[in-house]
Design a protein around this ligand. Structure first.
Ligand SMILES: *Cc1c(COP(=O)(O)O)cnc(C)c1O
Length: 451
């Protein structure tokens, strides 16, 4: 049976968040602990776990938010246009990102759907997207009766390889959707150059990249439109929620109309009547919850970065562990902390066995996305009346066959191991626990293979 990756990923995050260590940043320049890895027996074989006490719970509630939240509910002004909280959040988030405008939506998925509409993605068009992403990136494209065309993943960066994009362009290509997966910015300069050359729109899937930076600018301001998710597991959570950001007033007005049942808005007045649209409006209470967390997001981003930098510096010294290569001059935000795992350096211990042994050490980890284009949702789409009518069977067969060319992505799906973002919200000694757990598993890998 195929996994439901949403549930798999979210239950993995929940496991990682189980237990609750108070958030306390002790990020001073401590030297790494002396490792006793070789001596200690792995927890899976009856030894003591490398990490005790669990990890930070997610999401988090703060008592000081309560008066304002209660006030919103008591006011009975809950709908987007009944009060000013949603607009205030939008202004705050735009300012934080250095975007000209922001539009709040009901989710990251709907932010993507609205953005593709605003960039004129229509039935029968193609959108070039990274295959290594949460399934919503595929689905947002499919919901416009457009085809998600995959440009291969660079195994070193886990993001789209810009060199693989151009060969995917056809007469039907309308947009490129780079995904800043795990909060690691894609190499946007070459992507934008290709888009300019071929007159394509760029919609950033920044649903895991709140405050991530590329060459001094924030993700979500690098393409035509940027999309964010505020779902419960994300760094800025409100249960459900999303946003679109842009440097273009006109594009956000177009998004605003579409997300508000097609009402005439700002520069998108048309003849003053309705245009096509849907209802993807955020509520007041969600906006208050989000606005209250902006400062927290800024602080926590620095904590995650410091811990991730420490992990990367030390993981690179362990044979068989390859930290991710980042785009030049970029600052990720680590929604997941990932590295590639080579069983050959662990006596053939499979990635699944490695994750099991690490879990026993109190350090939950695992693979994230698999080759989702084989899951059946694309087969279902291309077998549908609408898609057959729009492309014809021959073109759809060639499309299906092209998945085999995604060699880089296959490798990434098979070798990547990730830690949850909540594990980076701890202290330096917890990072040492993670390193110790890996060394311990490596030192005893021959025995663990047989366990
Ligand atoms: C979470 C996520 C989405 C979808 O966001 P929702 O708010 O859950 O609809 C889209 N793309 C990526 C990469 C995501 O991580």
């Amino acid at each position: 049976m195929k996994n439901d990756m949403t549930l798999t990923r979210r239950s993995f995050i929940r496991t990682a968040a189980a237990g609750s260590v108070a958030l306390g940043w002790l990020g001073t320049g401590q030297a790494p602990r002396v490792f006793a890895a070789e001596a200690a027996k792995p927890a899976l074989l009856g030894g003591t776990p490398a990490h005790k006490g669990g990890w930070v719970a997610w999401p988090q509630w703060r008592k000081e938010w309560e008066p304002e939240m209660l006030e919103v509910y008591r006011s009975c002004r809950w709908f987007r246009n009944s009060a000013g909280h949603v607009a205030e959040f939008e202004q705050g988030y735009a300012k934080l990102l250095g975007a000209k405008r922001c539009l709040a939506t009901t989710s990251g998925t709907t932010a993507l759907i609205v953005s593709l509409y605003a960039m004129d993605v229509d039935a029968g068009d193609e959108v070039i997207v990274s295959p290594y992403t949460f399934i919503a990136s595929y689905n947002a494209i499919l919901s416009h009766k457009a085809l998600p065309v995959f440009a291969d993943t660079d195994p070193a960066t886990l993001t789209v390889d810009p060199a693989m994009i151009e060969s995917r362009i056809t007469d039907r290509t309308r947009a490129i959707m780079p995904v800043h997966i795990f909060g690691m910015p894609c190499d946007m300069d070459p992507i934008n150059a290709i888009a300019r050359k071929h007159k394509l729109a760029v919609v950033e899937d920044a649903c895991q990249a709140w405050l991530a930076e590329y060459k001094g600018r924030k993700c979500g301001t690098l393409g035509d439109l940027g999309c964010f998710s505020f779902q419960e597991s994300k760094h800025l959570p409100s249960g459900e929620g999303g946003a679109i950001t842009s440097m273009s007033e006109e594009l956000i007005d177009k998004c605003d109309s579409y997300h508000n049942c097609g009402r005439a808005v700002g520069t998108n007045k048309g003849n003053g009547c309705f245009t096509r649209g849907n209802n993807y409006r955020m509520t007041q209470a969600q906006a208050v919850l989000l606005r209250n967390q902006l400062e927290k997001l800024v602080q926590e981003t620095e904590v995650r970065r410091a811990n991730a930098d420490y992990l990367s510096a030390n993981l690179g010294k362990i044979p068989g562990i390859t930290p991710v290569r980042l785009s030049e001059n970029s600052r990720p935000v680590w929604h997941l902390y990932s590295f590639r795992y080579d069983p050959a350096q662990f006596n053939g211990l499979s990635r699944e066995q490695f994750a099991k042994a690490m879990g026993a050490e109190g350090v939950p980890c695992g693979g994230v996305y698999h080759e989702q284009y084989y899951d059946g949702l694309l087969d279902e789409a291309i077998a549908s009346r609408g898609f057959k009518r729009l492309w014809g069977t021959k073109r759809l067969k060639a499309y299906r066959d092209s998945f085999q060319e995604l060699k880089g992505n296959k490798q990434v799906c098979e070798t990547t191991v990730s830690f949850s973002q909540t594990m980076l919200l701890t202290d330096r000694s917890a990072m040492d626990d993670i390193l110790e757990a890996i060394r311990k598993v490596q030192a005893h890998s021959a025995a663990l293979v047989k366990a």
